[in-house]
Design a binder for this molecule. Structure first.
Ligand SMILES: Cc1cc2nc3c(=O)[nH]c(=O)nc-3n(C[C@H](O)[C@H](O)[C@H](O)COP(=O)(O)O)c2cc1C
Length: 410
């Protein structure tokens, strides 16, 4: 069959179901990369717990523990290179296919959400085949987080010059998503003649097990990215600048309106960095310590690689690295690398995620406030995942259940 369209909105068989009433969808996020969202030398106090939890003997326990605790899914962080520094932030990790397949094999209920990059000249057929098989192994629990890569170093690793413009990044994502949806659902071989991808007589067998198809997630933040995500994906990550619930509410309303224009519904998701203790005062003590230990070298690399943050401070050189231009800008002399204390610390402790710091009660209150503001899914990353999962199971989930915000799912 000839592809009926190259771009979204395209939902053959409809969208996957997105909500369960009065239930906060909890995901364990970034468990598959070293240090997760912690760019703090505090991780060196116990590297096995705080940095190397991604290694499979550790990670397999975490994945089983979240299923037992009552989480809803695991969500991987997709990366092809890390940020170095003294801690080797995100320098090592498990890839999107291995992490998802292995997680599927050791669990029975939770969603298996993988993260892929489009833009590195990987064929949709290749990805559709891997994902259909992971969905098969997991019994229909797959979800896919689509990243339109923007990391110049990773484009170079694939032998490409990049990143392309935002328009091109999301045009590639659009075609890739349409092709994946077709391959996952079509009983006939597919001809797809796009600008970025071509396939003739392409088919995967087995097709996706999920009905109508795997859930698609996107963390775009630009308007072009949001346009793509609201046409093609089902769950959208939102970030707000000042950790204020109102910011999430405002963005959620904007995104729902954009999706509605295409006759679609989406779930709003938030990335959260969690440090919890028995009391707010004790949590403050822990976060103060982590703050003092922020890994400046790692933050510097993150800022350089992500490009958009330092663009206003320094002139970007053509290869996508800042090189000498950075030295002359004064940014290097600034203790906060030119982005201000608050932003610097927010990157070091959670890569800009919502900061869920405090006592168990206070964590539950904040989760509920975000849920009431329209956030349906919480991608939680813990400084100490092993302890964090236990704390969620023993303290926070019981509060959420008592207050009617979490159901025990079979
Ligand atoms: C919650 C969240 C999760 C993300 N996960 C990843 C990831 O795993 N890998 C990655 O390369 N980029 C990731 N990103 C980056 C986004 O996909 C996106 O490129 C970024 O927010 C910039 O938006 P834009 O592409 O619309 O410019 C993430 C961003 C957010 C906010």
């Amino acid at each position: 069959m000839k592809a009926p369209t190259l771009r979204g909105p395209f939902d053959p068989g409809g969208q996957p179901s997105l909500t369960i009433d009065n239930h906060l969808h909890l995901s364990l996020f970034a468990w598959n990369v070293s240090s997760g969202l912690s760019a703090s030398k505090a991780v060196l106090s116990d590297v096995e717990r705080h940095r190397d939890f991604w290694k499979w003997p550790n990670a397999s326990k975490l994945i089983r523990a979240i299923e037992d605790a009552g989480f809803d899914s695991q969500l991987q962080y997709g990366m092809w290179s890390g940020y170095g520094g003294e801690t080797g932030w995100n320098d090592a990790g498990l890839d999107f296919a291995t992490a998802a397949t292995a997680s599927a094999a050791v669990t029975e209920r939770i969603g298996i959400y993988s993260t892929i990059h489009v833009g590195y000249n990987v064929s949709p057929l290749f990805l559709a085949k891997l994902f259909s098989d992971i969905d098969h192994v997991s019994g229909g629990r797959l979800g896919v987080n689509v990243v339109a890569g923007q990391n110049a170093v990773d484009y170079a690793q694939f032998g490409l010059v990049g990143p392309p413009t935002q328009e091109i990044r999301y045009a590639i994502a659009d075609e890739m998503t349409t092709a994946l949806k077709l391959l996952w659902t079509s009983d006939e071989p597919v001809d797809f003649e796009g600008e970025h991808f071509q396939m003739y007589g392409a088919q995967v067998n087995p097709r996706a097990t999920s009905r109508p198809r795997p859930l698609l997630i996107c963390a775009a933040s630009s308007d072009i990215g949001l346009d793509y995500a609201t046409r093609q994906c089902d769950a959208l990550f939102v970030t707000a600048d000042d950790n204020a619930v109102a910011g999430y509410q405002k963005k959620a309303a904007k995104i729902h309106a954009m999706a509605a224009e295409h006759g679609r519904q989406v779930r709003i998701a938030a990335m959260c960095y969690v440090v919890m203790e028995e009391s707010d005062a004790k949590a403050r003590e822990t976060t103060e310590w982590m703050r003092r230990e922020i890994d400046r070298g790692a933050i510097e690399t993150w800022l350089t690689r992500s490009g958009h943050i330092l663009n206003s401070e320094v002139q970007r050189v053509s290869e996508g690295v800042f090189g000498d231009a950075r030295a002359s800008s004064g940014v290097m002399e600034d203790p906060y690398l030119g982005i201000g204390k608050e932003h610097y610390e927010s990157l070091g402790m959670g890569m800009g995620a919502y900061k869920l710091f405090g006592s168990y009660e206070s964590i539950a209150d904040q989760l509920i406030a975000l849920y009431e503001a329209g956030v349906g899914q919480f991608a939680l990353s813990f400084f100490d995942p092993q302890r964090g999962i236990q704390q969620m199971r023993d303290h926070v989930l019981p509060i959420l259940r008592e207050r009617g915000y979490n159901r025990i799912l079979a």
